[in-house]
Design a binder for this molecule. Structure first.
Ligand SMILES: Cc1cc2nc3c(=O)[nH]c(=O)nc-3n(C[C@H](O)[C@H](O)[C@H](O)COP(=O)(O)OP(=O)(O)OC[C@H]3O[C@@H](n4cnc5c(N)ncnc54)[C@H](O)[C@@H]3O)c2cc1C
Length: 805
């Protein structure tokens, strides 16, 4: 799978965007939508001749550019952004693709060059009077090369020179007996009537055929699969066009929210507006990921195309409509005017929502064609996930694979002692290969880490201790710790000898972590800590804590904090477990009474703790899934697995319900099958919504990673991922409830899957609180991704004077 665009694709995008900004501004769109033809032949010619776009995905031997659906997707996304008015979708996407799929070599050679050069315009006439793009329901008949019947909703049908008409042989039904014919639009027996389209930027026509002479394309009676595939490819293409429009609407809404002032402030500083835009950002990003993957599937001839195209079409339809509704709403009265451009997008969104099938139909199609299982709750892009998506190795990846495989062949011994093995791993750098080689790593870019994970998983080799808060401690110390701290702690983190906890939240400050009142005072020799932390996961097992404490009360709150490593095994630290609503007790209250920290365990400069805390929090959001799933499949032999199992049952015990709090998407399809609820159309729709969400979230995380690999710094996109994880978990909880039915009233051994489903239902509420609430993620997305103004603050000035709990 491709998760980024190449430089050439980026250049193509730039060129199309510049061209459309210059030749197809909104003023021009408004002018053209009021014309009968709906396009400007001069601009079309330039688009075909100067940019050679009409044959982007048509092979060179037929006069095209020989690119793939990926490049076609880029062009369409830009056209969607600009609401380009022209026969591109009808001629290049629908008609040329139908010929490519159904035609013989002779047909392609005869018909495609004219379309690829843009000299001839064509369209696909498939839907009939009910307007459904249903291949099996085609009724127009062909007898002895003449066609009779009515086609409707034919895009650009009135300006096309050539019509590709889907027909059936008399006496056949369903997918049998279907053919594709090409007909000269001006031929006798062809009558074209413009339809009044809701979206005036996409012209539609009804075509009556009355014994019109036509030319067969491909084999008589065998076009069913080619037509079905054409619709899948077109759905993938349309999804890309739609996400372009959705992204443009989001930009427009954000721009307006920054400018428009009410109640003395920009409306974008109101949380109701910010949160709406943050949610929309997530929706649009997920839909983009889905659209890009559908284009990839089309380009790579992926067997999953039917499912992926439908996934993308439903996601893009919902995202585009949401963007259009939100954009109008946030513009207020002006958003409902003719003069504001938003309604042009709204109408395109509404029309595209049903074009080629509405979202519910595509969700149903997704359910029928779903093959690739969703990522399991215990896997993440960063962990070994040997799925159907595994791509051939790049030369670099192959080199790493060889190296790690040979190292494992020489060194892996399932009968080693756990700590001894992990010590060896730490020394080799393969335990944490993305860390610097100076500190137990291999300097590997993040992109290559999965290769190493796969090699470990392949032979069942035990990995470094990568789970729990200890890995946040490792990441934070790598970035901010002294060499002495790195030397003392990093190796023991990777071997799992030390367990860590995160001492941030307090009874009076959770979301507002910088409001911490636990104090650390220097007595000339040591730091002395007094106060209380709460919700501290795993504190009852921890050897060390990452502590954020106040060291100065007379400066603004963010400037008076210092970041420490606190030894949890001392008299001044008192830990009390708290029972959670799901019955587990993984978090704690922690009381400090003159707890002692030696000066060498101060991580940040005095007063600079907030900067270090931000690093920990960013890693926590990004790697929320890194905290999950330590369970290993059974059946592996060797004493090391015994030790590993003991570790999971003891120090890692607080995390054992974490897969359940993420919603266990991996169980859904199987449970629906086993219980028979898969037959319920309502349940099928909800499952499909979940699969769309979960899959798109996974791809979005991979896109973010691919961007980092291309050198873009890690940004606040972790908040998008965290918010997506909450949405996925909530929808999974809803779907598990629907599947369980009355059994959702039961728990323990009386409950479904021996209480596992009940555990999901009562654990999911944690996911949108732990690690920063959904509301805080929305604030971060709104302010740091979208650049909306910050809220007015009531907590400036010396912390001592700030109102607190
Ligand atoms: C399972 C679990 C494990 C946890 N583990 C740890 C841990 O190991 N270490 C640790 O330090 N903490 C841990 N936490 C604590 C967690 O980080 C906090 O609960 C969380 O940040 C919220 O803080 P709070 O509970 O004080 O709620 P509050 O901050 O009081 O929030 C209450 C409500 O107000 C909303 N709110 C607050 N501020 C704003 C705002 N500016 N805009 C809009 N809405 C706002 C919140 O979104 C929330 O809905 C854990 C929590 C859970 C549930």
């Amino acid at each position: 799978m491709h998760f980024g665009f190449t430089d050439e694709q980026a250049q193509l995008r730039d060129a199309v965007r510049r061209f459309l900004a210059d030749r197809s501004p909104f003023g021009e769109v408004r002018h053209l939508m009021a014309t009968k033809a709906g396009y400007d032949p001069t601009v079309w010619r330039e688009l075909c001749q100067d940019l050679a776009l009409a044959g982007v995905h048509v092979p060179e031997e037929y006069g095209g550019q020989g690119f793939t659906f990926r490049e076609l997707g880029v062009v369409l996304e830009e056209m969607g952004r600009a609401l380009y008015c022209g026969p591109y979708f009808s001629s290049t996407v629908l008609a040329a693709t139908a010929i490519l799929e159904a035609g013989s070599e002779d047909d392609k050679a005869a018909l495609l060059p004219g379309l690829a050069s843009g000299d001839r315009l064509a369209s696909l006439a498939l839907a009939e009077t009910d307007g459904e793009w249903d291949v099996g329901a085609i009724g127009v008949v062909a007898e002895n090369g003449t066609l009779s019947g009515t086609k409707s909703h034919v895009v650009d049908g009135c300006i096309a020179d050539l019509l590709l008409v889907a027909v059936r042989q008399p006496g056949t039904a369903g997918m049998d007996g279907l053919s594709l014919y090409a007909i000269d639009a001006s031929a006798e027996g062809v009558t074209r009537t413009p339809l009044e389209a809701l979206d005036p930027t996409r012209k539609l026509a009804r075509v009556n055929l009355d014994g019109a002479q036509a030319r067969l394309v491909g084999r008589e009676g065998h076009a069913g699969p080619a037509l079905r595939r054409t619709l899948d490819l077109a759905a993938a293409a349309l999804a890309n066009e739609m996400v372009g429009g959705a992204a443009r609407l989001l930009e427009s809404a954000v721009e307006y929210a920054k400018e428009r002032v009410q109640f003395g402030r920009a409306i974008g500083s109101f949380q109701a507006v910010k949160h709406r835009l943050a949610d929309l950002t997530l929706t649009v990003e997920l839909a983009k990921s889905a659209a890009y993957q559908a284009a990839n599937a089309a380009a790579d001839d992926d067997a999953d195309l039917p499912a992926l195209a439908s996934l993308a079409k439903s996601a893009a339809s919902d995202a585009y409509m949401q963007a259009a509704k939100d954009c109008i709403q946030l513009h207020g009265g002006i958003g409902f005017t003719w003069d504001n451009d938003t309604h042009l997008f709204y109408k395109r969104a509404k029309s595209s929502e049903v074009f080629l099938g509405d979202p519910a139909k595509h969700r149903e199609r997704l359910m029928q064609h779903w093959r690739t299982p969703p990522a399991s709750a215990t896997s993440s892009p960063s962990r070994a996930a040997p799925t159907a998506e595994r791509q051939p190795d790049t030369p670099k990846a192959a080199g790493v694979r060889r190296e790690v495989r040979s190292w494992l062949e020489t060194n892996w011994d399932p009968n080693s002692r756990l700590v001894a093995w992990r010590t060896k791993l730490a020394g080799s750098g393969w335990g944490m290969p993305t860390w610097p080689s100076a500190w137990f790593g291999h300097d590997l870019p993040q992109a290559l880490a999965p290769v190493v994970d796969e090699e470990f998983a392949r032979i069942g080799a035990v990995t470094a201790a990568k789970t729990g808060i200890r890995i946040l401690a490792g990441a934070t110390l790598l970035e901010h710790g002294s060499d002495d701290q790195k030397a003392r702690f990093l190796r023991r983190i990777l071997t799992g000898e030390d367990t860590w906890c995160q001492l941030f939240s307090e009874p009076g400050s959770g979301s507002d972590l910088a409001g911490a009142t636990t104090r650390a005072d220097f007595d000339g020799e040591h730091w002395i800590v007094n106060g209380q932390k709460v919700w501290t996961t795993s504190a009852h097992h921890a050897d060390y804590g990452l502590l954020l404490a106040r060291t100065d009360w007379d400066v603004p709150k963010h400037q008076g904090l210092t970041y420490f490593i606190l030894d949890m095994r001392q008299d001044g630290v008192d830990v009390h477990q708290l029972k959670q609503m799901n019955g587990h007790a993984s978090f704690n209250q922690v009381f400090f009474t003159d707890a002692v920290i030696p000066p060498e365990n101060r991580v940040s400069d005095i007063g600079n703790g907030w900067q270090v805390a931000i690093t920990t929090l960013a890693h926590e959001r990004r790697g929320a899934d890194g905290l999950r799933g330590q369970a290993r499949e059974g059946g592996l032999e060797g004493s090391i697995y015994e030790e590993e199992r003991r570790e999971v049952a003891t120090v890692m015990e607080p995390y054992k319900w974490y897969p359940q709090r993420a919603g266990r998407v991996d169980l859904v399809v199987e449970r629906a099958n086993v219980t028979g609820r898969i037959a319920d159309p309502v349940v099928r729709q909800e499952i499909a919504k979940l699969l769309v969400m979960a899959r798109s979230a996974e791809w979005t995380a991979r896109r973010a990673r691919a961007a980092q690999e291309r050198g873009q710094p890690q940004g606040p996109e972790g908040s998008l991922g965290k918010l997506a994880a909450s949405n996925v978990a909530r929808q999974a909880c809803h779907v598990h409830t629907l599947i369980a039915g009355p059994d959702a009233m039961l728990t323990g051994t009386d409950g479904a899957l021996d209480g596992l489903i009940a555990e999901i239902l009562v654990s999911v509420p944690a996911v949108s609180i732990a690690g920063g609430t959904d509301e805080i993620q929305r604030n971060i997305i709104a302010e740091r991704v979208l650049g909306l103004p910050k809220e007015p603050r009531m907590d400036r000035g010396p912390f001592r004077e700030v109102r607190r709990n």
